[in-house]
Design a protein around this ligand. Structure first.
Ligand code: ZN
Ligand code: ZN
Length: 349
């Protein structure tokens, strides 16, 4: 079968290879992979050396945003052969820390977890893949075409869930949300906040007539290209991955606001007035929270949001998928043009 592999940090090793089809073991499901989405994490693995190869391999099969069909399944789960499913990414640590034991491996304490396509486990960018049957989510037929967006949507659902939990600390009446960035995570954040009824502004760099700006307008969110220090928000979601933007984001919150960090940043040293920044944080009960990965419950919730989004904003999710390429053309999906949002590799082609 075909598999897209790389040795982390060595872009010249990115290649499509032919390897034997995997076999499902006890408690596992064998999936016929249909589509795999490409994201910034994949590019970090390819170009910047993030990621870890599975034990005994000098490469990792890429791909953690996948949709596939169940070919074989073992173990008392309510998933059957022929079901369309999306696997979650992270698997519990061997110690089974309290979080992993509670089914919240996305909050793993030891850091010894593994992640398909990222950290110590092969990913899903191959014709077939196996994974623990307990960690797959069934998706309805109607979501098949856009189900590659389920994983990033689940990541966003978790991030926003953290905001809502934090804001239960007082009688919150926040309305104004700012999303920084128009990549998949930024656009999906804007979408979910709109579905929850908030006012949403989205910061992007592309011109107002661009695809990204149009998608923002489609969900009745405001597209902005400049931040003004006078305008403050109840929640700021940072999804640009830019150190310059993340620093500015710390100053955009109203009193009692929450700033969510969803990016991965390059090591950057800057001179800042830490004292004033922290005093300000204290004085206005501000929270900065990081959010990573997502658990199965977030995938289930994300599925409902995707179905609602298709009814309320037809064409939005489809509009986020910018390229669908054959596995042999993987380079076109990895290389990113300014208007690209979610590029997809289609293993049925
Ligand atoms: Zn991703
Ligand atoms: Zn753990």
């Amino acid at each position: 079968m075909r598999a897209l592999v790389v040795t982390p940090g060595r872009p010249e090793t990115l290649r499509l290879i032919d390897i034997p089809k995997p076999k499902a073991g006890a408690g596992e499901a064998l999936l016929r992979i249909m589509r795999v989405g490409v994201c910034a994490t994949d590019r970090d693995i390819i170009f910047r050396g993030h990621g870890r190869t599975p034990e005994g391999y000098d490469y990792i099969i890429l791909g953690h945003e996948a949709v596939g069909k169940v070919v074989e399944v073992d173990g008392g789960v309510d998933i059957g052969v022929g079901d369309i499913v999306v696997p979650t990414v992270r698997r519990p640590c061997p110690e089974m820390c309290p979080s992993c034991r509670a089914g919240e491996e996305d909050y793993c304490i030891t850091g010894h977890y593994k992640e398909h396509g990222v950290w110590g486990l092969h990913g899903f960018a191959s014709d077939y893949a196996v994974t623990d049957a307990k960690f797959i989510v069934k998706v309805p037929e109607e979501l098949k075409e856009i189900a590659v967006l389920l994983e990033p949507t689940a990541v966003v659902v978790k991030a926003i869930e953290q905001v809502m939990v934090i804001q239960r600390r007082y009688k919150w009446s926040g309305k104004d949300m700012l999303v920084l960035g128009t990549g998949p995570i930024g656009l999906l954040s804007a979408l979910i906040l709109r579905l929850q009824g908030f006012n949403v502004s989205v910061l992007g760099r592309r011109p107002p007539e661009s695809r990204k700006a149009k998608l923002v307008n489609m969900i009745d969110a405001e597209y902005i290209r400049k931040l003004t220090i006078e305008r403050k928000y109840d929640v700021v979601i940072e999804a640009t991955g830019s150190t310059e933007v993340v620093y500015r984001s710390l100053k955009l919150g109203k009193p009692n606001s929450v700033i969510v960090i969803l990016g991965v940043y390059q090591p950057t040293k800057i001179e800042i007035d830490l004292g004033s920044l922290m005093t300000d944080l204290m004085q206005y009960n501000r929270v900065i929270v990081g959010s990573v990965c997502a658990g199965k419950r977030h995938f289930e919730r994300a599925k409902e949001y995707l179905m609602e989004a298709r009814r309320r904003y037809p064409g939005f999710l489809e509009g986020m998928i910018t390229k669908i390429v054959k596995p042999e053309e993987f380079r076109r999906a990895i290389e990113r043009e300014p208007d690209d949002i979610k590029n997809v590799i289609d293993f049925t082609k």
